[in-house]
Design a protein around this ligand. Structure first.
Ligand SMILES: Cc1cc2nc3c(=O)[nH]c(=O)nc-3n(C[C@H](O)[C@H](O)[C@H](O)COP(=O)(O)OP(=O)(O)OC[C@H]3O[C@@H](n4cnc5c(N)ncnc54)[C@H](O)[C@@H]3O)c2cc1C
Ligand SMILES: NC(=O)c1ccc[n+]([C@@H]2O[C@H](COP(=O)([O-])OP(=O)(O)OC[C@H]3O[C@@H](n4cnc5c(N)ncnc54)[C@H](O)[C@@H]3O)[C@@H](O)[C@H]2O)c1
Length: 472
């Protein structure tokens, strides 16, 4: 057994673990990093990166089918699904060096490609290694949750892990779950030529503002996607190429392939967390506001901590724990300023409170300002007029923003900055956006806040009238 002592042990080389390891080692800490599967974790290998690459392939096919309105004849694209998967693999391969063992060893991290299991309060065994660490960060991520739906065990199904191995375009893809995974993969496959039926037990895109989710879902239905809501999958049967999903209310859906996308299970098993006194539940490892577990020398970050499950959130957690571990400074993770986006076309993005949350939390003090994409000149020029921005304001400061529309994931950045820094609406309105950009929707939403105050105010009119009498 190789025995190692280190300042910091990081378990899991995904979005969270890699950020902690890179930051800590470059600031002088001795760091050991464990990974028993692929460097880069879910995001690089089975999540964000492959999904966005396949979405890009679908977008290309969609553009070819829809050029006529720009004076470029529509064509029926010849989709080679296997080649689209090659594109996905190329994208992963291009990004992979940044997350690689070689790069991290180069930075000075000791990378051990073994599974970590706790043997005590500050010791972990990984293969033939026993590592004792002053501080430990658990960043083991999450896995696809596969619910025990009767019959599922006898039917071939895909998850976000196995989907990438499929080389033949599904003729008719059934997707159970209308969350971000289900909806993003539904649109990509629809545009690449599959028939797609989304079977959602409650409301599709149910974690977002329903008014804005409806804009996206309507567009996808117009493209030909079948989205069945209030359809809790209760029984699954069939065989490869001929699969049946029955919903609780008796609706029956038939397809050739099945993708299960009904949420995530935190990776807390087979780690002997009990031996380290780390408390956890089915939803993940329990952490306090500083991301410390019930063992105050052990932290948990990213998906395994059971909060918002996004790559940028895992990265944010990494910054919070680095401050605490390396500098011994108090450091707390907040949630209210963390954005997310779903990369459908149009995209759907959110930061802070939705309209319903703002009204619930702030009552009459919450004001909501809107601006539609069809009044944005760039959106009109590019035929991207489906969309709406809503900004929730309390006492002159934004408390939330919701955007459905082209590049919503980019546009939400301004509001993420505003919420992170408690900016005022006047500061957003003071920004000059280049014309013509989609970014002007942000400024126009801020303008909507000031317009009635400036243009419908008797006081403003009286002051202007008075000044005009006296200036030469
Ligand atoms: C299809 C899909 C699309 C997504 N798209 C987006 C997106 O567009 N934007 C976004 O922000 N987020 C997206 N996400 C979410 C994002 O992938 C996760 O939030 C992110 O990967 C979480 O990072 P993490 O470090 O917590 O875990 P992971 O990235 O999963 O890394 C955990 C690592 O720990 C390793 N590990 C586990 N147990 C052990 C052990 N005992 N010992 C050693 N190693 C271990 C695992 O092998 C893994 O490599 C998507 C997810 C999916 C599934
Ligand atoms: N663009 C992004 O940032 C992005 C993309 C994909 C995934 N993610 C992350 O991954 C997480 C997981 O995504 P997800 O879509 O798997 O989970 P999710 O929990 O967001 O959505 C799962 C959906 O499945 C439904 N469902 C559950 N059981 C069902 C059943 N038996 N029949 C029918 N419907 C059922 C739920 O009502 C829910 O709407 C997301 O919450 C997000 O954090 C992010």
């Amino acid at each position: 057994m190789n025995k190692t002592k280190t300042d910091l042990l990081v378990i899991g080389a995904g979005s969270g673990g890699l950020s902690v390891a890179a930051g800590a080692v470059q600031m002088g800490a001795k760091v050991v990093l464990l990974e028993d599967h692929k460097m880069g974790g879910d995001c690089l290998n089975y999540g964000c990166v492959p999904s966005k690459a396949l979405i890009a392939a679908g977008k290309q096919a969609h553009a070819l089918r829809n050029g006529a309105k720009f004076g470029v004849a529509d064509v029926m694209p010849k989709v080679d699904y296997a080649a689209a998967k090659d594109h996905v693999n190329n994208v992963i391969a291009t990004i992979a060096p940044v997350d690689s063992e070689e790069r991290f060893e180069g930075l000075g991290v000791t990378v051990i490609r073994e599974r970590g299991r706790f043997t005590g309060e500050n010791t972990v065994q990984a293969g033939d290694n026993e590592i004792t660490a002053r501080r430990i960060v658990i960043a083991t991520g999450s896995s696809p949750f596969v619910p025990p739906i009767p019959g599922l065990e006898h039917v071939p199904y895909l998850t976000n892990e196995s989907l990438w191995n499929l080389r033949e375009l599904p003729e008719h893809l059934l997707i159970v779950g209308g969350g971000p995974i289900g909806i993003e993969m539904a649109q990509a496959h629809l545009r690449l030529g599959s028939k797609v039926t989304v079977i959602e037990g409650m409301k599709a895109m149910g974690k977002d503002d329903p008014e804005l989710a409806a804009i996206v879902l309507d567009r996808m239905r117009e493209e030909g996607m079948v989205i069945e809501e209030d359809a809790l999958a209760e029984e699954i049967s069939g065989k490869a190429g001929d699969i049946t999903v029955k919903a609780k209310d008796g609706r029956v859906f038939k397809g050739t392939h099945l993708l299960m996308a009904v949420g995530r299970a935190a990776n807390v098993n087979d780690m002997d967390l009990e031996k380290a006194g780390v408390a956890y539940s089915r939803s993940g490892i329990e952490v306090d506001a500083s991301m410390k577990t019930s063992n105050k020398k052990i932290y948990a970050i990213g998906d395994v901590a059971g909060q918002l499950q996004f790559t940028h959130v895992a990265g944010y957690h990494a910054g919070v724990v680095i401050r605490s571990i390396l500098f011994g400074l108090p450091s707390k993770a907040k949630q209210g300023h963390l954005p997310w986006a779903t990369y459908t076309d149009p995209e759907l993005a959110q930061v802070g409170l939705t309209e319903a949350q703002a009204r619930e939390e702030h009552g009459d003090k919450a004001e909501v300002y809107r601006f539609p994409f069809h009044e944005n000149d760039r959106a009109i020029a590019e035929g991207k007029t489906t969309g709406l921005i809503k900004v929730m304001v309390v006492k002159g400061r934004p408390v939330g923003a919701s955007i459905a529309g082209a590049s919503a994931g980019e546009l939400i950045g301004v509001w993420a900055l505003a919420l992170a820094n408690n900016l005022k609406m006047s500061q957003i309105a003071g920004m000059v956006a280049p014309y013509p950009t989609l970014g002007e929707v942000n400024k126009r939403a801020a303008g909507a806040y000031f317009s009635p105050r400036l243009f419908e105010s008797d006081m403003v009119k009286a002051v202007v009238g008075f000044v005009q009498k006296f200036i030469p």
